[in-house]
Design a protein around this ligand. Structure first.
Ligand code: PMP
Length: 361
């Protein structure tokens, strides 16, 4: 059987070319006779690679010079803590938009460190599906230390495609959509992402922090999660995850070779359109999200008869379409179609869905 198409939500598929390169270099990195995992992070060759990866990310995202790019530990959830501890004092107010499960986790974490966590708005059911309330209805605080939102809810598949206009620093959890399209970085105070969807291995994370937000960390902030310390030490305060940094660097090179985030956006739009168009034109499948708020990365869908879910998943897997089971809290199916998923993967999925539908109607 040819290699499967992996629709896992994360850890998610990595570009085949990246895995191939990593395989070739695994035991002898750059002809050194040792693995990149076996050398010091202070080794000049490692540092050169690491800072080239940073520069590649800066180039890809057009990150202005007044932002620090931090390579950190603890994945996406580590940043839930880091954001609250680094940007707000214990007695401050912070604003959170609640779009679903990941926003909710971020909110719960912030409550541990900040006195007032104000929910400015929550996802709403409309007759066209789940949606965000318009920004005119958000209950923004006057004195928020920051406003946080998650533009791509990985589990629910709800996305906010417009950048909120707020006066407080805007903080964004881009764990599942970073690098998927061009972004106006200058509109944000902090952009962060766990790596395991569009960047690299899990446990690693990236935080892009505007300079004026440094120097605010609460005194109890763990040193490795302190943005100011990590900025000063260029993300090498302690031993970074060298393997993850290396692999992420390969992914950045791969995106550059394919034409950067504009090319990614074109690919991603085509993939998402193909899948949503098929779902919308079928009476057998449905997607629960309002058309204006649909994720281009995570496409949840339900079968008309949930009793067929098991058979759908079994047959899909036997045809090389893996990782399609919906999150255990919401059920149904979910196709995660991040940057690394080629158009052929979505074509194969749609073709399988069509055959399955014909068999059962
Ligand atoms: N935020 C979002 C949007 C996510 O999708 C995830 C993980 N799926 C997280 C945060 C948490 O990431 P991690 O498991 O790396 O802590």
């Amino acid at each position: 059987m040819s290699a499967p198409f992996n629709f896992s939500a994360g850890p998610a598929m990595l570009p085949k070319a990246v895995l191939q390169k990593a395989k070739e270099e695994l035991t002898s990195w750059r002809g050194s006779g040792v693995s990149v995992m076996e050398i010091s992070h202070r080794d000049p060759a490692f540092m050169q690679m690491a800072y080239k990866a940073e520069q590649d990310l800066r180039d890809l995202m057009k990150i202005p010079d007044n932002y620090q790019v931090l390579f950190m530990h603890g994945g996406g959830r580590g940043q839930f803590t880091a954001v609250a501890q680094n940007l707000a004092g214990p007695n401050d107010t912070v604003d959170y938009l609640n779009g679903g499960i990941w926003s909710d986790f971020a909110i719960r974490e912030a409550r541990k460190y900040v006195a007032k966590v104000n929910i400015i708005g929550s996802a709403i059911e409309t007759d066209q599906g789940l949606a965000y309330p318009p920004q005119s209805e958000w209950q923004l605080s006057e004195d928020a230390a920051y406003v946080h939102y998650c533009p791509n809810e990985t589990i629910g598949g709800l996305a906010l495609h417009t950048i909120p206009e707020v006066s407080a620093p805007l903080v964004v959890d881009m764990s599942s959509n970073i690098l998927s399209e061009p972004l106006a970085v200058e509109k944000f105070g902090v952009i962060y992402a766990g790596a395991q969807k569009n960047i690299g291995p899990s446990g690693f994370s990236i935080a892009i922090v505007r300079d004026d937000l440094l120097g605010r960390a609460q005194g109890t902030t763990s040193t490795i999660m302190d943005y100011t310390v990590q900025a000063k030490e260029r993300s090498m305060y302690n031993t970074p995850n060298t393997w993850a940094w290396y692999l992420s660097g390969l992914v950045f090179e791969w995106i550059k070779e394919l034409g950067g985030v504009t090319a990614m956006a074109e690919r991603n739009n085509r993939k998402a359109k193909l899948l949503y168009d098929y779902i919308d034109n079928s009476a057998f499948y449905s997607n629960p999200i309002h058309p204006d708020f649909r994720s281009k990365m995570n496409v949840p869908f339900l079968l008309a008869d949930a009793q067929l879910d098991g058979e759908f998943l079994r047959l899909a897997e036997s045809e090389g379409l893996v990782g399609l089971k919906g999150h255990r809290w919401v059920g149904g199916m979910r196709a995660s179609i991040y940057n690394a998923m080629p158009l052929e993967g979505v074509e194969a999925l749609v073709s399988f869905m069509r055959d399955f539908e014909q068999k059962h109607t």
